[in-house]
Design a protein around this ligand. Structure first.
Ligand SMILES: Nc1nc2c(c(=O)[nH]1)N[C@@H](CN(C=O)c1ccc(C(=O)N[C@@H](CCC(=O)O)C(=O)O)cc1)CN2
Length: 282
């Protein structure tokens, strides 16, 4: 079998960001207010610092203001919830991003739920999960939303296909599976307690790897012709899929870097501009 075609997230993300930048400029001209994203970071985890910086840089280039709120690592859930409620009530802020992961002492769900649904541009609240799961308009979780855009861009219709999602995190695996289900895929979730991961993956027409275990998914388990989406973020820009072996079996595959990652940030920017437009009444 020939090698898989690469799904170029960098190129698609660039187009989405260019479009968001045009909308941001138009909005700023019409209202005198630029879209504003608040970025909240608890602690100084080096990867999280990098991701937040990347988001701020892309915002700046797209004409979106960002307001950074760094909090010490020992911030309590109550203090974090207070900060997020303040940002939710601040009319100058249109979108809120709470960088994940936070320290184990933080009640992550309580924090996410302190974000006003109309500012939940990262798609992390229960309200966003519900609209996403029913395929209704609303904010999607950014990486899963980016994955669906990539599938559409490369002509992959999930309807009737068997999709296997490896991972069940609140911001990645779970919403990715729900978005695929909303598009009529037959979805199986695999996780740390799955008895035979290889057997499940071998059945998949679409594999979404979102577990944070470097090169966990090997080419030998990929069904020939499957679509492979690698949403794993591991140190050193290594994905959850063993690319070199998977590329020999898949029909389409996302690289790391240059696949799902850029789509995450593009989706965030796009949703921030949409949130601002709605809040500014345009
Ligand atoms: N609140 C959130 N937290 C986290 C999310 C999220 O969507 N919301 N996702 C990940 C990390 N992440 C964004 O936060 C992220 C990771 C990677 C990239 C990216 O573009 N990576 C590039 C490579 C970057 C490099 O060269 O260093 C790529 O894949 O091409 C963007 C966003 C966890 N936390």
């Amino acid at each position: 079998m020939s090698q898989a075609r690469l799904m170029d997230g960098t190129a698609l993300a660039r187009r989405i960001v260019d479009e968001a930048a045009k909308k941001a400029a138009d909005l700023t001209e019409r209202t005198g207010t630029a879209p504003c994203l608040a970025t909240v970071l608890v602690g100084e985890d080096p990867a999280s610092v990098t991701y937040v910086r990347m988001k701020q840089n892309r915002c700046r280039k797209a004409g979106i203001t960002s307001r950074h709120v760094p909090l010490p690592a020992d911030t309590t859930t109550e203090q974090l919830v207070g900060t997020l409620r303040d940002l939710s009530a601040d009319p100058a802020v249109h979108g809120i991003l709470l960088q994940h992961p936070m320290g184990p002492h933080i009640d992550e769900r309580a924090a996410f739920e302190a974000i006003a649904p109309e500012k939940d541009v990262d798609g992390v609240t229960f309200a966003s999960f519900a609209t996403m799961s029913f395929g209704l308009p609303g904010f999607v979780s950014c990486t899963p939303g980016g994955i669906m855009r990539l599938l559409d861009e490369y002509g992959v219709d999930p309807a009737g296909r068997r999709a296997v999602v490896v991972g069940r995190s609140a911001i990645l695996g779970k919403p990715a599976g729900m978005l695929l289900l909303a598009r009529d895929a037959t979805v199986t979730y695999c996780h740390s307690r799955t008895a035979d991961l290889s057997a499940a993956v071998r059945e998949a027409d679409i594999v979404v790897a979102a577990v944070g275990r470097p090169r966990l998914i090997r080419g030998q388990d990929i069904k020939p012709g499957a679509v492979v989406i690698d949403a794993g973020y591991n140190a050193g820009n290594v994905g959850d899929v063993d690319f070199d072996s998977a590329v020999e079996r898949a029909s389409l595959i996302t690289p790391v870097p240059g696949g799902v990652g850029p789509m995450t940030i593009a989706t965030l920017l796009e949703q921030t501009v949409d949130a601002a437009a709605r809040q500014l009444g345009v």
